[in-house]
Every structure is written in structure tokens, then in C-alpha cells.
Design a protein around this ligand. Sequence first.
Ligand SMILES: NC(=O)c1ccc[n+]([C@@H]2O[C@H](COP(=O)([O-])OP(=O)(O)OC[C@H]3O[C@@H](n4cnc5c(N)ncnc54)[C@H](OP(=O)(O)O)[C@@H]3O)[C@@H](O)[C@H]2O)c1
Length: 331
Amino acid sequence: MKRIVLVRHIEGVPTPDDFRVERLPIPALGDGQFLVKNDFVSCDPGTRSRLSPGASYAPPLAVGAPVDGFCVGEVIESRNARFAVGERVMLSGWATHVVSNGRGYCLKVPDLDVPESLWIGLLGVPGMTAWFGLRRVAQLQAGDRVLVTSAAGPVGATAGQLAKLWGASEVVGIAGGAEKCAWLTEVAGFDRAIDYKAPDFEATFADASAGGWDVMFDNVGNAMIDRALPHMKLRGRIVVSGQVADYNTPVDRVPGLKHTAQFIAKRLRMEGLVVFDDLPGFAGAQAELAGLIRSGAVVYREEVFEGLASLPAAFCGLFSGASFGRRVVRV
Ligand SMILES: NC(=O)c1ccc[n+]([C@@H]2O[C@H](COP(=O)([O-])OP(=O)(O)OC[C@H]3O[C@@H](n4cnc5c(N)ncnc54)[C@H](OP(=O)(O)O)[C@@H]3O)[C@@H](O)[C@H]2O)c1
């Protein structure tokens, strides 16, 4: 088998040579274990938070340790009565093969007639983050005006589309570049998209913010949140989903929030989520979302890379804006 391991703790923006491919024999299975041969593995910005020495909500990886990301594949050998040979599962590991005992994040893939890669995309962690971020954390109400950042990514694009389907009066996305912005309005049904790399961004953002925001779904980090805070409406909700602009920055250089007085005046709520808290609700949400995908009510973009060795470069592209949609690697 092959897997990706961490060569050094990363400072700043990751590069492909921070990782290497390691070959090793497939381990013999112990009682209760099963072997999964992966079909697809995914690139997730959140993986970055474990690649520096400081801990986030999960402890940092040791140098030389295998890197985690989500994967989906087939059970090809089993000494576990719950997981039979031939079943498909989603779990974690940047590897061609994973040995599991079924604990932790390990779910059977239900038969919902969708492409397999979606189980590490919209029907996996990114889609569930959008779903529970809006439902449980934002408590989205019909008529809400919603702002989504990194809106062309899998979490942001799904959140914006679900917000529209669930009755938001207007959904505005922020993304980098004209191509992503055009996709958001012309394909994904956002009411408006704002290019944060355009020279007139601040003016466009001020114009879009004139009606105020009931919900901000933030995937980017403090600078965007601080920019939106003065425009939040009474009892507005900010979902702290991710911080892709801040993951590569040491904490003493991460931008701070200046507009916290808005929390008092407007009775705002800002709340983060770790989507695994919502695991008991995944099956129901996945079934509903799969229906929306099959009917075309929710669309997605996927970039497929070939071979495990392409994974480090594909992952690093998440932080340059090169990625457009869900990046997966076909093992
Ligand atoms: N809380 C949870 O449980 C949970 C679970 C899963 C994911 N997340 C978080 O959700 C967020 C979105 O995840 P995703 O998988 O959909 O990835 P994603 O948004 O597609 O992330 C990659 C994109 O981020 C944008 N980006 C990169 N650097 C940036 C910067 N400095 N400033 C602004 N935008 C930047 C780029 O798009 P542009 O071209 O538009 O800049 C890039 O294509 C991530 O922060 C992730 O960590 C949270």
C-alpha cells in the first residue's frame, strides 16, 4: 500500500515537498479489523490545521505520521462482523488502503444512486457542514439575507444553494475571480457574487451590504468577519465554519476583530461548529441532499486528480485559489 506522510511541520503556505509518498506492506488484520481499498480521497483545507506544531481542535500530527483526509472505498478483507467484503465505506486516510476497526469517522455508503466521489464531497463532510451550519447553527429563517464566503468551494456553494432552497430572500457569495463568480450566479443560483480580488471589492461589498445580513456563513476567517460585522442585522448569526485565509498564519499575526461592539448593539451570535457533533443526523441529511442533487436542485463542481502521488499538489492548490469546487484524487 501507499500513503502520504508529513515530512516536516509546516510554517506558512504548504508546498508539495512538505509531504512524501511512503510504501509499506498491507498489515495483517487483527480481530475486529477490516481492510478498505480506497477509490477516492479528498483535499480539505481543515487538514492544514494539524500540520503545524500548535494544536487546533485535533492534536497536531507528528513528523513522519500519515496524513488524514477523507476517503471512500470498498471493503476487500474483513474480520469484523459489521463490515462485509464488498461493502463501501467512507472513513479517513490519505492512502491507497486503510485498516479500520469501524470506530471514529467510519460510515457505510448507502445506496442512493449518486457518484461514489460525492461521499467525500457534498454527501460527506463539506455538504454536512453546510447543512448543519445553516440548520443548527444559523437557524436559518425564511426571508433571511445570507452572505457566504469562499462561496465557490464545496461548503460555501452548498450552503448558498441550501439557503435559497430553504427560503432565504437573497444569497450573496464572495469568491476569488470572475470565473467563480459567474458560476455562482449562472449555475449555482446565487443572487449575487462578489469578487474579493477585484479592485472595486470594498465598494461592491458595501453596496451589497446595504440591506444588511441576517446570516453570515464564513469559511474564510477574521478579516471577512470583521468586514461584515457592521452590516449584520438585529439578532444576526455568524457561522464560523472555517478559516482558510488564516490557517497558514501564526496566531499572533491572524487579524483581530475590531467591531465586537456590534454583538451588543445588535444582539449578534457567532458560533463555530465541528460537524462531527452532528454525526447522528448525517444519514437523514445525506438522503435528503442526495435527492436534491439527483433532481438538479443542488449542483456541484468537482476536480478529479489521478493517483495518490497527485494529492499533495492538489491539496496545496486549496490555498492559492487554484481549486474550484471539491478536489478529489482517484486512487
Ligand atoms: N467546521 C467544520 O466542521 C468544517 C468541516 C469541513 C470544512 N470546514 C471548513 O469550511 C471551509 C470551506 O471548505 P471547503 O472544503 O469548501 O474548501 P474551499 O472553500 O474550496 O477552500 C479552498 C478555497 O478557499 C479560498 N481561499 C484560499 N485562500 C484564501 C484566502 N486567503 N482568502 C480567501 N479565500 C481563500 C479559495 O477560493 P477563492 O478563489 O474564492 O479565494 C480556495 O479555492 C474551510 O475553511 C474548511 O476548513 C469546516
